[in-house]
Design a protein around this ligand. Structure first.
Ligand code: ATR
Length: 285
């Protein structure tokens, strides 16, 4: 529990615009129930024009929240308006997790933690590779690049349809990051030990692209941050070519862990029951 709210049950939020699609309330309410904790976690729709006022009210305590999650389109503004962004949030220029402590609004970004913690559980040793390839250079790729770099992978190749966006990320995240356009994909994939799709290709049954994964190193891990559908066309192709794969749902579940611990004082475990709950929700939509 943060900021001396010993008497009231801690209240946390997720905010975005729109926010109806967010699965974070299912995750956090599941853990509150599982661990028998008093507390609430609610989705709050806040438009871009109202976001600064929302943060003000969070800081002065008038909303009664101890912290919460922030999603699209507020991650960059949340970082800017926070009082104490940590190093991860500062480098990304974006925050997804906020909490009040000692009268200050603290901020971090747990997406990279979610990415790494998921693979640590599924494929220990995933980070012991010389070369990684990341397809895509949008907002979602940043935390993935940061996480892989921070694990010490020597060469990280970011391949994107728009090369200038990949180059921006290479400039931001340092000399281990190399930027390329799509025509270089096969060349940089040769011998790589990790492949991550961060593009929206294949999302919600949308169009994808055919990739020859057989040029990767034997046993290379192929992962996707898209989780609807759970088995994206890219993961299916990689699996058919004999490569181990990891879907994107685990990253979503693991990124929620640090926030829950900050707000409710207990570090939750990501288990099969939680995963099934979210899969059911995906199937219901
Ligand atoms: P997010 O913030 O969720 O990552 P985004 O910023 O729109 O979303 O980025 C989406 C990513 O998917 C980008 O890397 C985008 O490539 P561009 O930077 O060239 O736009 C990539 N992407 C989307 N549709 C694509 C397609 N049909 N072919 C190749 N890449 C695509």
């Amino acid at each position: 529990m943060v900021d001396g709210r010993e008497s009231a049950a801690p209240a946390a939020f997720v905010t975005g615009w729109p926010i109806k699609h967010s699965r974070s309330p299912i995750i956090h309410r599941h853990w509150l129930k599982q661990y028998g904790l008093a507390g609430t976690y609610d989705a709050v729709a806040v438009s871009e024009e109202d976001f600064a006022a929302f943060i003000e009210a969070l800081k002065d305590g008038s909303r009664g929240f101890c912290g919460g999650n922030v999603t699209i389109p507020h991650k960059e503004t949340a970082f800017r308006l926070s009082d104490r962004p940590d190093e991860l949030a500062q480098e990304l220029g974006a925050a997804n997790t906020l909490w009040l402590q000692d009268g200050r609004l603290h901020a971090t970004n747990t997406d990279g933690y979610g990415f790494s913690a998921n693979l640590d559980g599924l494929h220990p040793g995933w980070d012991k590779v010389d070369r990684a390839v990341i397809l895509g250079a949008g907002g979602a790729s940043r935390a993935v690049i940061q996480a892989i770099r921070d694990r010490g992978v020597g060469e990280i190749h970011v391949v994107n349809r728009t090369v200038s966006r990949a180059q921006e990320l290479a400039d931001r995240f340092g000399p281990k990051i190399h930027a390329h356009g799509l025509p270089a994909l096969a060349e940089v994939m040769a011998g790589a030990g990790l492949f991550v799709n961060t593009t929206s290709l294949g999302m919600d049954g949308g169009e994808s692209t055919v990739i020859d994964f057989s040029i990767l190193k034997t046993g290379a891990l192929v992962t996707d941050i898209v989780y609807v559908p759970l088995e994206t066309p890219m993961l299916r192709q990689a699996g058919e070519q004999g490569y181990p794969t990891a879907d994107g749902l685990g990253m979503l579940l693991h990124q929620a862990v640090p926030g829950f611990e900050k707000w409710f004082g207990c570090r939750p475990v990501v288990d099969g029951g939680l995963r099934e709950l979210i899969i059911k929700d995906i199937q219901a939509v």
